[in-house]
Design a binder for this molecule. Structure first.
Ligand code: GLP
Length: 234
């Protein structure tokens, strides 16, 4: 597990500062042109740290991991909206990309997104993790070879994520997501996990065994991963 740099912090705020220092250093050394971004409550303190700083993303192209199908960018439940609210309205990027969950032809949209990614190889991908070990919307059982695709969400994910849904909107059970192989192509991965609910996933990662039942464990096959967590995992 020497490819995994494991940083244990005492709070999400301290974890956000660790992410900040990596991003700041990579930007300063001109090693960050393309940045993969994530959504979820874990990323709120992370983005807050960036927006409170003088980090300059104006030369950085951003790609988000995923988006719900059938929810437009003006809907507060969309990931496009989340990104605007927490980051893009406050920091200027060169370009931002998010899969279009409103596209008429979803397969074609996935193909287009993967082509964009191939044209702009990721320098860093920021990742959270689902309670069941999903990364982006790659649910347990997803092929490690997967590229951007239409994903069906599990009941566990629907249950957890529906608590964030506003306006009585029903949570869609399909989403567009970068695949596991799209994520693994990033030069560097930063995995952030806060809180007891993520313990099972972090224990699987620590166990060193790669299994499709826990998509997060695929990170063990990457050669540059930083894990930032407030969980003490043996
Ligand atoms: C969603 C996203 C994932 C994210 C996960 C965790 O399912 N698709 O990319 O990692 O939520 O969210 P949270 O940070 O709120 O626990």
């Amino acid at each position: 597990m020497e490819n995994l740099q494991w940083i244990t912090v005492s709070s999400p705020e301290e974890g956000a500062k660790e992410v900040y220092s990596i991003i700041e250093e990579e930007l300063r050394n001109n090693r960050l042109q393309v940045l993969g971004l994530a959504t979820g409550s874990t990323m709120i303190p992370v983005y807050e740290e960036w927006t409170d700083s003088n980090l300059d993303f104006s030369q950085v192209t951003a790609f988000n991991l995923d988006e719900y199908v059938g929810i437009d960018a003006d809907n507060p439940n969309s990931y496009a909206y989340f990104m605007k609210e927490h980051l893009f309205n406050k920091k200027q990027f060169k370009e931002t990309h998010i899969p279009n969950g409103m596209a008429d032809d979803l397969d074609k949209e996935c193909q287009r997104y993967e082509e964009e990614l191939n044209a702009h190889p990721l320098d860093i991908q920021l990742l959270g993790v689902g309670e069941n070990g999903h990364i982006a919307f790659n649910e347990p059982g997803t092929s490690p070879e997967s590229v951007t695709h239409v994903a069906t969400l599990t009941d566990s994910t629907l249950g957890v994520n529906s608590q964030y849904f506003e306006n009585d909107d029903k949570i869609p059970n399909i989403a567009l997501t970068m695949g596991i192989s799209s994520i693994m192509k990033s030069k560097k991965l930063i995995m952030v996990a806060f809180g007891e609910k993520k313990r099972a996933a972090m224990e699987k990662l620590k166990s060193g065994e790669v299994t499709t039942d826990w998509p997060i464990t695929k990170l063990l096959r990457h050669n540059d991963v930083v894990v930032i967590t407030d969980l003490k995992v043996d």
